[in-house]
Structures are given as C-alpha cells and as structure tokens.
Design a protein around this ligand. Structure first.
Ligand SMILES: Nc1ncnc2c1ncn2[C@@H]1O[C@H](COP(=O)(O)OP(=O)(O)O)[C@@H](O)[C@H]1O
Ligand SMILES: Cc1cn([C@H]2C[C@H](O)[C@@H](COP(=O)(O)OP(=O)(O)O)O2)c(=O)[nH]c1=O
Length: 213
C-alpha cells in the first residue's frame, strides 16, 4: 500500500484535535497503519523547539526558523520513514501553519518562507525540484470570533492563543490564500457547525477523494 500524508489546519480552536483521533480510528478500522503526529513537534528535538517557539518571545525570523528546523527533523525522522513503509501520516499542522501564523499573523516575508519551504521539504525520496507536501490538507475554516468563544476559559493559552482576534483574522486570511493557491490539495471543512456535522462533511470529503471507503 502506498503512503498517505494528511495535514490538518485552522486557527486555534477550529476543531482539529476533536476530529483527528476519530479519523485515525476510522482508518485503522479499514486496516491502515496510522501515525498520529503534530507540528511543531513529533520528535524529541522538535518537541524542544516547540517549547521554545510556543513559550518564548522572539523576532518573527527566529520563530519561522524554529518552525522549519522542527519540521526538517520531523520530516526526516518520522514522516518520510512512515510514508516509505506505506503508512498513513496524520499531522496536526504543517507548513501552511507557518504561512498562516508567521506569514499572515506576524506579517513576515512570504518569499523567505517560500525559500525555507523549498530547502526543508526537499527530501531524498523525491526527485530534485519536487517538494514533500501533504497529499491532502484538511482546513477547518472557522470565524475567529467563534474560535475565541470556544477557547475562552477552556485552557491556559500559549503564546499564540493569547494573541488578539485581529491576529487570528490575519491567520485565517492567510490560510484562505494558501488554499486558493493550491485548491486541489485542500479540503475545506466548514467548522462552524455542530461536531457531528463537521465530521459528516469531513468524512464525505475524504470519501469523494478515495481516502475513506
Ligand atoms: N463543532 C464544534 N462545536 C462546538 N465546540 C467545538 C466543536 N469542535 C470542537 N469544539 C470545542 O472547541 C474547543 C477547541 O477544539 P479543538 O479540537 O481542541 O481545536 P483545535 O485542535 O483546532 O485547536 C474544544 O473545547 C472542543 O471541545
Ligand atoms: C506548525 C506551526 C504552528 N504554529 C502555532 C499555531 C498554534 O498556536 C501553535 C501550536 O499548535 P497546536 O499544536 O495546534 O496547538 P494546540 O494543540 O495547543 O491547539 O503553534 C505556528 O505559529 N507556526 C507553525 O508553523
């Protein structure tokens, strides 16, 4: 069986965590081996970089470099080996999050992010010039005001979750731009609905792409 790489994106509180576990169970029930992982993180080195990036103040270039450094380690140590074994990788966030948070939220230079993306996502398994990208990115699209309501009081906010709503408006707009640039890779799910309806929309999108049978 060939490997499958799915990433999950959206602003904080959009509902990713709620649905990733259920999807992992659905895929395992169909006989697939599933690797559940997340960014920044997924390896000991990348988890240390995550702790820095999510808790310490730093300039946007430093933040972007930490995200991509964590990603490089995660790709080489976890994602590429799993794909080579024919497994399914479900990754809670990937590079679109850097374009959304550092690019949109922080206003950092997109051209620099594109350069880093080319460096980091060039992997030995692919011919020169081709980048490792998710086969599909599920984008939980939720208005920032609704996300803020969901998260209020629910957990201690990290550095990003503590940002004002205007930051998340920019993040959401940057996700929309990324999706527009590569519509075939994105499955947009309208996340402002009850959990069961979000799941139904996700399931039917995955069925229509042959990922769930
Ligand atoms: N469709 C939904 N409607 C209402 N609340 C939701 C829905 N999906 C998730 N939640 C709640 O919103 C909060 C954020 O969801 P979560 O899955 O943790 O989001 P994310 O992983 O994208 O940050 C949680 O408290 C979760 O229980
Ligand atoms: C992958 C990535 C995440 N982030 C941010 C988005 C989130 O606020 C945070 C961690 O994401 P996440 O794991 O979704 O947080 P949680 O599980 O607590 O909801 O890191 C970036 O700013 N850039 C990135 O490249």
């Amino acid at each position: 069986m060939s490997g499958l790489f799915l990433s999950f994106e959206g602003i904080d509180g959009a509902g990713k965590s709620t649905h990733i576990e259920a999807l992992a169970a659905a895929l395992r029930a169909r006989g697939r081996t599933v690797v559940l992982t997340r960014e920044p993180g997924g390896t000991p080195v990348a988890e240390q970089l995550r702790a820095l990036a999510l808790n310490e103040a730093m300039d946007p270039l430093t933040e972007a470099l930490l995200m991509f450094a964590a990603r490089r380690d995660h790709l080489l140590q976890v994602i590429e080996p799993a794909l080579a074994r024919g497994e399914v990788v479900l990754c809670d966030r990937f590079t679109d999050a850097t374009f959304a948070y550092q690019g949109g939220g922080r206003g950092f230079d997109i051209a620099v992010l594109e350069t880093l993306e080319r460096w980091v996502q060039s992997v030995p398994a692919l011919p020169a010039g081709r980048l490792r990208q998710p086969d599909l990115t599920v984008w939980f699209d939720l208005p920032p005001a609704v996300a803020a309501q969901r998260l209020s009081g629910a957990r201690v906010p990290d550095k990003f979750e503590a940002q004002p709503q205007a930051f998340f408006e920019r993040v959401a707009a940057a996700y929309a731009r990324r999706a527009q640039q590569d519509p075939g890779r994105f499955l947009r799910v309208q996340a402002d609905q009850p959990r069961e309806e979000v799941w139904t929309e996700l399931e039917s999108g995955l069925r229509s792409r042959g990922i769930l049978t």
